[in-house]
Design a protein around this ligand. Structure first.
Ligand code: RFL
Ligand code: PHB
Length: 391
């Protein structure tokens, strides 16, 4: 039986939890992380790839951006494609900022390297954490290590960074009216392939057959997605079916797609979700534990980093005797979260095929695209959200 005492217990070693521990360390605040999965599993997840400038700055401030700065790709625009017709939204020209291409897998690796170099305590492979006494000033967590040894951690604050399916949000009593959700009637099938990307910028395509997205991780590694029907599994999508669908949906651009053997294929459902209960006593939620955005717009990781940065500042002020930031954390974070939810919902609604859409809704999607193409104001709205609202 191990008993630990610490300032901050962090639940989850995804990008939110790892970055929080690093930012707290730089403020002289010690933390312990407990993670459900093994380190190898956490390091092997393939997810986000597009970073806002605020995310890049947060990683630089955390001292974890050397590899990012050496390997990043900058994009000065984002391409929208409708029934094969392409339009590049010139995001840098309209906002002054680029977006950065660098994989979440690499960010996680960089953050774990930083944790290990300063002997951050991380309990890997502990899936049974239970949180207790959250309303007291001595909250705690209990869990079991893989060798069977029980661990109790007594903390002053707990950060719930354990994603959508984690224990933290489930430990907060809530009413149905505290949570807001929209489940979309489709998923995304993602394919990673070691071939050069088909376009120099990220392409979001709406085609009568469904949505497609062309992204990248480097000049030689591409990340591509297609919209799938609800209930579809990877087995329903032999790679030839994927390439045919992907090329068709990209229109003329599709001819330039270099196909290859996939390194990975997986299907993710799409949902929008927000809980208003981001705080309960001494427990504070950050990242996917508190909210989910559909991946259209590439906001999930960026939103998580914005929460973490705010939470790290509030915890640092609290350590110095000022608890105002922690008291305001949920209210202030939610203001930004709802704006980012709106943008992700907007782009999802505009760019996908919905079975329930009748001719009128289809005309509305087309009119929205035509409006964006013809209006610098509409392009600026997309550009300022894509490069990221102020942190
Ligand atoms: P994570 O990454 O889910 O990490 C949570 C961690 O908590 C652990 N955990 C627990 N640990 C202890 N006890 C428990 N009971 C636990 N339960 C869970 C988990 O094992 C995990 O290690 O949440 P975090 O850190 O908040 O980070 C959020 C981001 O991962 C997520 O928002 C993004 O990946 C979303 N996302 C994208 N975001 C972007 O900003 N740009 C993108 O281009 C982008 N593309 C994407 C995406 C997500 C996708 N999928 C798979 C949903 C593309 C896709 C396809
Ligand atoms: C990705 O590169 O994986 C990616 C890019 C843009 C998105 C979602 C995912 O909107």
């Amino acid at each position: 039986m191990i008993n630990e005492k610490i300032d901050v217990l962090i639940v989850g070693a995804g990008p939110s939890g790892l970055l929080l521990s690093q930012l707290l360390h730089l403020e002289g605040i010690d933390s312990i992380i407990v993670e459900r999965s093994s380190k190898e599993r956490v390091l092997s997840r393939i997810r986000a790839g597009v970073l806002e400038r605020g995310t890049v700055n947060a990683l630089r401030d955390a001292g974890c951006a050397d590899r990012l700065d050496a390997q990043k790709i900058l994009h000065d625009g984002v391409i929208l494609s409708f029934d094969g017709e392409q339009f590049n939204v010139p995001i840098k020209m309209l906002t002054g900022y680029d977006v950065t291409i660098y994989g979440q897998t690499e960010i996680t690796a960089d953050l774990i390297t930083a944790c290990e170099s300063r002997d951050q305590r991380i309990f890997w492979s502990c899936p049974d954490a239970v949180l207790a006494d959250l309303k007291s000033d001595a909250p705690s967590a209990m869990f079991t290590q893989p060798d069977g040894e029980k661990v109790t951690v007594h903390a002053k604050l707990i950060a719930g960074c354990d994603g959508y399916y984690g224990v933290s949000r489930q430990s907060i009593p809530s009413k149905p009216s505290d949570n807001f959700e929209r489940v979309y009637p489709f998923g995304w099938l993602g394919v990673m392939v070691d071939e050069p990307p088909v376009a120099h910028n990220v392409v979001y395509a709406n085609h009568v057959d469904g949505f497609a997205l062309a992204s990248m991780r480097s000049h030689t590694r591409s990340r591509y997605y297609v919209q799938t029907a609800p209930g579809d599994t990877v087995e329903d999508w032999p790679i030839e079916r994927f390439w045919t669908a992907f090329k068709t949906r990209l229109g003329a651009l599709g001819d330039g797609v270099k196909t290859g053997e996939p390194l990975e294929m997986s299907i993710a459902p799409l949902r929008s979700f927000v809980t208003q209960k981001m705080q309960h006593g001494r427990l504070f939620l950050a990242g996917d534990a508190a909210h989910i955005v559909p991946p259209t717009g590439a906001k999930g990781l960026n939103l998580a980093v914005a929460d973490v940065r705010r939470l790290a500042r509030a915890m640092s002020a609290w350590k110095k005797g000022d608890s105002n930031g922690l008291e305001r954390y949920a209210t202030e974070a939610l203001e930004r979260i709802w704006k980012v939810e709106r943008f992700s919902w907007y782009l999802t609604s505009m760019m996908h095929q919905f079975d329930e859409h009748k001719a009128f809704e289809k005309k509305m999607q087309r009119a929205e695209f035509d409006y964006v193409v013809s209006s610098e104001a509409a392009q600026t709205m997309i550009a300022e959200n894509y490069v990221g609202l102020a942190f």
